[in-house]
Design a protein. Structure first.
Length: 159
């Protein structure tokens, strides 16, 4: 009957609409002039990176400048001020430099990768984190990483 055909067509149309919504993707790519673009359709470029919504929401920048501040409170995190802690992400180049430096100097630390843990991500935000690495050394909080600045903080941290 015509009514059944309309119902079937409507069901197929709705299924197609909702299937498109659930598979929407975001692509990040850089053009020939170095400008970064985010689009919902893949460009005709080989350097396009496919992002999912959760990853995009968690993207955190790496600090370009190092900032150190004294933090006498623990933000309700029950901070262990006798341990070196680094909040990091998987793709952070400064985090990789810090890891390498800590290994070379045999410096024990706890790494909290905010890409892999909602709990670590919440702690990071509670600490006012806007970029990585975020390093806690005693009562000091260091945003970013440089060997020289880290050495000064580490020497005065009592660790």
């Amino acid at each position: 009957s015509p009514m059944n055909r309309i119902f079937i067509l409507l069901a197929i149309l709705l299924a197609m609409i909702f299937s498109e919504i659930t598979i929407a993707k975001i692509y990040k790519w850089t053009d020939d002039k170095g400008k970064v673009h985010f689009t919902d359709a893949p460009p005709n470029k080989e350097n396009a990176e496919e992002l999912n919504e959760q990853e995009l929401a968690r993207r955190i920048v790496s600090y370009k400048q190092v900032e150190v501040k004294f933090v006498p409170i623990d933000f309700g995190l029950n901070r262990q001020t006798n341990r070196l802690v680094m909040y990091s992400t998987t793709r952070c180049s400064y985090c990789a430099k810090a890891r390498k430096y800590f290994a070379e100097k045999n410096i024990a630390y706890i790494e909290k990768n905010i890409d892999h843990s909602d709990g670590y991500h919440r702690e990071f935000k509670q600490l006012g984190g806007k970029g990585v690495p975020l390093i806690l050394a005693g009562k000091y909080q260091m945003s970013g990483f440089s060997q020289t600045r880290f050495d000064k903080v580490y020497a005065t941290s009592g660790l």
